[in-house]
Design a protein around this ligand. Structure first.
Ligand code: FMN
Length: 198
């Protein structure tokens, strides 16, 4: 019986990788968050956004109409919407490209506008972790802070909760691993993300 109740508590975490580098710095941070979440009993699924055909929002507003059936664009987001809705938590990982999040991540974020069509509470109670990396030494000069502020505004607007954000400087793929305190913080964030507490 203990097993059954443990399964009931299992949190679903969806990891969304916004870099074209599958083994890049933001993906490494996201993976460490995922490991922390798994250690805390969560089930994790990872989506490589760059590998999917996701069109930009075309501003048709079909998703915002009364009794809307959701987004009118029939592409990979249609498979992603149910996963996004079912997940208790999302991990959004992105490199800084031109002083903000990557285009892959921004496309995904824009298309999340349609999630509101699946119910006012599509975002309510959703737990969010952000992982970012940038080449500059400084989070402000790099543009990372621009992206973090965008996530803060977007998730405040939608009613989701940002549980934590991990971000650090690294240029070549994998260099982020040398930042041990950041890697540790990512693991801790994963554990926190999978916990039911606020
Ligand atoms: C097209 C492009 C634009 C970039 N723009 C910035 C930038 O504006 N600021 C910055 O600090 N680093 C910039 N970088 C460096 C990346 O943010 C950095 O290498 C990051 O660690 C890559 O993460 P990833 O390995 O997850 O892809 C850019 C890299 C590329 C390829």
């Amino acid at each position: 019986m203990a097993g059954k109740s443990a399964r009931k508590e299992e949190k679903k975490v969806l990891v969304l990788l916004g870099s074209p580098r599958k083994k890049g710095n933001s993906a490494i941070l996201a993976d460490r968050i995922a490991k922390g979440a798994k250690a805390a009993g969560a089930k994790v699924e990872t989506i490589f956004l760059h590998g999917l055909k996701i069109a930009p929002c075309n501003s048709c507003y079909a998703c915002q109409k009364e009794r809307s059936r959701g987004c009118a664009i029939k592409d990979a987001m249609q498979d992603l919407y149910p996963k996004l809705l079912a997940a208790d938590a999302w991990v959004i990982a992105s490199p800084v490209y031109w002083f903000t999040m990557s285009a892959q991540t921004k496309l995904f974020m824009d298309r999340c506008f349609a999630l509101l069509a699946y119910g006012q509470d599509a975002f309510a109670g959703k737990r969010i972790a952000i992982a970012m990396s940038y080449g500059d030494a400084d989070p402000f000069a790099s543009g990372c802070v621009n992206a973090l502020r965008t996530f803060q505004d977007a998730f405040r607007y939608t009613g989701a909760k940002i549980v934590g954000m991990v971000y650090g400087s690294a240029f070549g793929a994998g260099e982020i691993r040398a930042n041990e305190s950041l890697m540790k913080a990512a693991g801790e964030l994963g554990k926190k993300l999978a916990c039911p507490s606020p």
